[in-house]
Design a binder for this molecule. Structure first.
Ligand SMILES: [Zn+2]
Length: 419
């Protein structure tokens, strides 16, 4: 497993501190491949259709409205979150960061990581110092694309069982069990998916997970599968593939059950097809963890046209801490927290402040930028953004309110109804 930042072994396993707000949980990697999990530096230049400024202008207008609406929602959610935060910790402002993508399930299940290991990127100590309120942890299954659907489904269950047991045993008091109702002072955890090969022929199974509270649904991971094309597939032809008919059927079933489609890892054609499904139903879609292709030209990153499209849907783009996303120089590339700020501000410039969120990809064998400190990075980022003129309201929108807006919307549409 890749080490990051001065060889300190923090790559797997984490404990999580807590916040009332939302729920979430996510994750991701693939030990069999090289340690770089999320950043195979594919030949760049797989250019998507250049974005139309008109679209962005249109996006701008729509976004202005959405920003206003989002700002109201954000303000409201932020106020709620702030109240909740205030209830939890009276005193100075707490960030209550909602991190849309942290690879805890993989770290625990595939690496046997202890949640209490202080050396981890998302160790309990770092999560507390980072004022993290919630984490999204996907039930990632390595090489799911090479399994039968039944094998992949069994692997999701096994991964869930081990991380749920670990959260219960090591996180008692600090973490709520998966899918449990929020509790003051504890991190609430829910499951999401990154790669849904197991549901290609089991829509009912997919709906059941959404009803339990798995709100974010990423259909593909590092390879094109039976559902759609992946941006990191080594074969350019397979990288150009969009959603398959079965992928579209699954995407529609997921959205109808209340889930939010996650375009992370999807090929440009698949992103467009997923966006069309979400737009047809008037619901947001997200990219839980990515960089801006305009700043780091790799297919894995979102280009401006697709950032604008996610923003227009009312969704969010989670900006990844992985230097392989912040630069086009692959795993282990040098980058700084200023590079992270540049990606965040680029997404804001294209999609508006209501479209930016945190999606760190921590615990996914990622290399971090200089100046970051795993899940404890956020207060430093908050200060840096304040120094660059970001209002407190806009910082709260970035750190939690925008993500909560999308999650609250999913809950209102049925995600977690059977919790
Ligand atoms: Zn990922």
């Amino acid at each position: 497993m890749g080490t990051n930042r001065a060889g300190r072994r923090r790559a797997c396993g984490a404990t999580v501190a807590l916040f009332v707000v939302g729920a979430l949980v996510g994750a991701c990697p693939s030990p069999s491949a090289s340690p770089r999990r999320d950043g195979a530096p594919l030949a760049s230049g797989v250019d998507a259709a250049p974005y139309a400024p008109a679209a962005v202008a249109d996006a701008g207008a729509v976004q202005a409205a959405a920003v206003e609406a989002g700002a109201e929602v954000a303000a409201d959610a932020g106020a709620k979150a702030a109240d909740a935060g205030a209830k939890v910790a009276s005193g100075p402002r707490t960030l209550g960061v909602v991190d849309l993508h942290v690879d805890l399930a993989w770290a625990v299940h595939a690496k046997g990581a202890s949640l209490a290991d202080p050396g981890r990127q998302a160790s309990l100590a770092r999560v507390r110092r980072g004022q993290v309120g919630a984490l999204v942890v996907p039930l990632f299954v390595d090489r799911g694309y090479a399994m039968t659907p039944a094998e992949a489904r069994a692997a999701y269950q096994a991964t869930f069982a081990s991380v749920a047991a670990r959260v219960k045993s090591e996180g008692a008091g600090a973490l709520t069990p998966f899918f449990a109702a929020p509790e003051p002072g504890r991190v609430r955890m829910l499951v999401s998916f990154e790669g849904m090969d197991g549901f290609v022929d089991d829509l009912a199974g997919a709906r059941a997970w959404v009803a339990r509270g798995a709100c974010f649904a990423g259909l593909v991971h590092s390879r094109t599968n039976a559902l759609g094309g992946a941006s990191q597939d080594p074969d350019p032809k397979r990288r150009a593939v969009g959603l398959t008919a079965r992928g579209k059927a699954l995407a529609e079933a997921l959205v109808d059950a209340g889930a939010v489609l996650d375009v992370a890892h999807a090929s440009d054609a698949t992103v467009d097809d997923l966006a069309a499904v979400a737009e047809a139903r008037g619901v947001p879609l997200v990219d839980t963890h990515t960089g801006a292709r305009a700043l780091a030209d790799i297919p894995r990153n979102l280009d401006d046209a697709r950032i604008a499209r996610v923003a227009r849907s009312g969704g969010v783009v989670g900006v990844s801490l992985y230097t392989g996303h912040l630069t086009a120089r692959g795993h282990g590339a040098k980058a700084t927290l200023d590079d992270y700020v540049r990606h965040v501000e680029h997404v804001r410039s294209i999609g508006g402040v209501a479209a930016v969120a945190i999606g760190s990809d921590l615990e996914g064998a990622i290399t971090e930028p200089e100046g970051a400190d795993g899940a404890a990075t956020w207060p430093a980022l908050d200060q840096r953004l304040a120094a660059r003129g970001w209002s407190e309201r806009d910082r709260d929108a970035l750190f939690r309110a925008n993500a909560l807006r999308v999650l609250d919307g999913a809950a209102a549409r049925g995600c977690g109804r059977d919790r």
